[in-house]
Design a protein around this ligand. Structure first.
Ligand SMILES: Nc1ncnc2c1ncn2[C@@H]1O[C@H](COP(=O)(O)OP(=O)(O)O)[C@@H](O)[C@H]1O
Ligand SMILES: [Mg+2]
Length: 211
């Protein structure tokens, strides 16, 4: 059974048809790249999967549960979808250290402190940022910020992790290491990443397929 399925999903913004009736099925352990020109609807598609945007046609199923069905008026909010999202702008808190940024999604869910430490340490090791754990976020390079942005959602063992253009290649590397690690936060199963990019060369480096 596919982990993520989109059935005739569409989204309009006034007269702009951002996404027009797309069908997509992402299988367990599959890495999927959405490739298309700027403005063709890649980010809107990922935002609808994450629940940050509401589809006005069609339905979205994640892990066998319908999370959005426009005709039935059903909509599960993002915090109940168990997904990860790496934002194009990275969305890193500037007043926190690297460790606290990666720990944040677990802290707000009141995960036990010892477990947070284990998961964050493992995630930082996988993105090769362990030695920067105590560094304030504003003192990071662009590449280091990207790795923090990738580590944070992976820490929560998401059912699927979405990312946008600038992170696609790093996401695949991280996902592959995660899938083969015995990390407690990998949950013994592989999370499904999907990315979007307008960069054809990057898409070729991250082909659709198994990790
Ligand atoms: N909140 C919004 N309000 C109005 N138009 C939007 C909004 N979000 C996206 N769009 C429009 O929808 C189209 C698809 O945008 P987007 O999904 O961001 O494209 P991509 O990620 O493929 O570059 C674009 O024409 C964009 O301007
Ligand atoms: Mg985009």
């Amino acid at each position: 059974m596919p982990t993520v399925t989109l059935h005739s999903v569409g989204r309009h913004f006034a007269e702009v048809k951002a996404v027009d009736n797309i069908d997509l099925a992402i299988e367990h352990g599959e890495f999927v790249t959405l490739l298309g020109h700027s403005g063709c609807g890649k980010t809107t598609t990922l935002r609808m999967v994450a629940g940050l945007e509401r589809n006005d046609t069609g339905s979205i199923v994640i892990g066998g549960c319908v999370v959005s069905d426009a005709s039935a008026g059903l909509f599960v909010p993002p915090d109940h979808r168990k997904l990860g999202m790496v934002f194009q702008s990275y969305a890193i808190w500037p007043h926190m250290t690297v460790f606290d940024n990666v720990a944040f999604p677990l802290s707000v869910r009141h995960v036990a402190k010892a477990e947070i430490r284990d998961r964050v340490t493992t995630a930082l090791r996988l993105v090769e940022m362990e030695r920067f754990a105590d560094r304030p976020a504003p003192a990071l390079s662009g590449g280091q910020q990207q790795r923090v942005a990738i580590a944070a959602p992976w820490c929560s063992s998401p059912k699927c992790c979405c990312s946008t253009s600038r992170s696609a290649t790093s996401m695949r590397g991280c996902a592959r290491r995660w899938a083969t690690s015995s990390a407690p936060c990998s949950g013994g199963s592989r999370s499904r990443p999907s990315t979007s990019t307008h960069d054809q060369e990057e898409a070729m480096r991250c082909p659709t397929g198994s990790l």
